[in-house]
Design a binder for this molecule. Structure first.
Ligand code: CAA
Length: 258
């Protein structure tokens, strides 16, 4: 993993943790942080020793959005020229499971970063919202697209058009998060969940994510065809043989991740 200044990167077993670390700006996503997260995620995606990636922030803020101070004075031409948020697309293309562990503010780009992850584990202190409309802009890192797919148009439209902030309980009832846990249990539960996922067969995890992604991208026929192909291809992996042998032998599988 490359040297980083705005994030901390740790490995615990097969889980890699990316912790956003700009406390002075509530982890606002500036260009440097974006580059560091994207480069790190790509390296971890290519590392066979990693089964799952966790992205988290501080107790007070997962991330309070894109860095407003950095972009405030830019023209449209400058934003276009710099491809200001473009690299985030590569983060969304990571093949392995990515788990957002959210405490405190997940606003604007911070909410969008969480929505790019596969699983969102939230503390009961989490707050989500798209404040962009109040800044004279709109979500720019996928928010309008992913929130509609996550919760449907009417609920999504209200959040984007008003900028209203919602708490963890409402986010849970809307289906925005995978699960909410008490703040005091967030770290332990995140560790447990990430370790559980990362212990599964890596080829199966990657196939599962590809198939889930297809549900968002394609029509039903194409999605079913992709799922069938992903399912079938796993029968050439050692882990499929091991997983099914372990079942017949009434023991736990020992996956080799190939
Ligand atoms: N960009 C830059 N700096 C930010 C920031 C952001 N998104 N969010 C917070 N900060 C900075 C504050 O400016 C402040 O810095 P100073 O001490 O130098 O003034 C520091 O972080 C601490 O923040 P506050 O003093 O405001 O903390 P608070 O507890 O009083 O309020 C908050 C917390 C309600 C989250 C408030 O900080 C806030 O409203 N932040 C902005 C949220 C926002 O509008 N996000 C959307 C950004 S636009 C976007 O994300 C576009 C997109 O789709 C890509």
């Amino acid at each position: 993993v490359p040297e980083t200044e705005t994030i901390r990167v740790e490995r615990r077993g097969r889980v890699a943790w990316i912790t956003l670390d700009r406390p002075e700006a509530l982890n606002a996503l500036n260009a440097q942080l974006m580059r560091e997260v994207v480069a790190t995620a790509k390296e971890l995606d290519a590392d066979d020793g990693v089964g799952a990636i966790v992205v988290t922030g501080s107790e007070k803020a997962f991330a309070a959005g894109a860095d407003i101070k950095e972009m405030a004075d830019k023209s449209a031409a400058e934003m276009r020229e710099a491809d200001h948020f473009g690299p985030w697309l590569e983060f969304a293309r990571v093949r392995k499971p990515v788990i957002a562990v959210v405490s405190g503010y997940a606003l604007g780009g911070g909410f969008e970063l969480a929505l790019m992850c596969d699983v969102i584990l939230a503390s009961d202190t989490a707050q989500f919202g798209f404040p962009e409309i109040g800044l004279g802009v709109i979500p720019g890192i996928g928010g309008t697209q992913r929130i509609v797919r996550a919760i449907g148009y009417p609920k999504a439209a209200e959040l984007v058009l008003t900028g209203r902030r919602i708490d963890a309980a409402e986010a849970d009832s809307l289906g925005i998060v995978s699960r909410v846990v008490p703040a005091a249990e967030l770290q332990a539960e995140a560790e447990r969940l990430a370790t559980e996922i990362a212990g599964r067969s890596l080829p199966a995890l990657v196939a599962a994510k590809a198939a889930l992604d297809a549900a968002l991208e394609t029509g039903l026929e194409a999605g079913l065809a992709l799922e069938a192909e992903q399912f079938t291809a796993l029968f050439d992996t050692e882990d499929q043989k091991e997983g099914m042998a372990a079942f017949r032998e009434k023991r736990q599988p020992e996956f080799r991740h190939r």
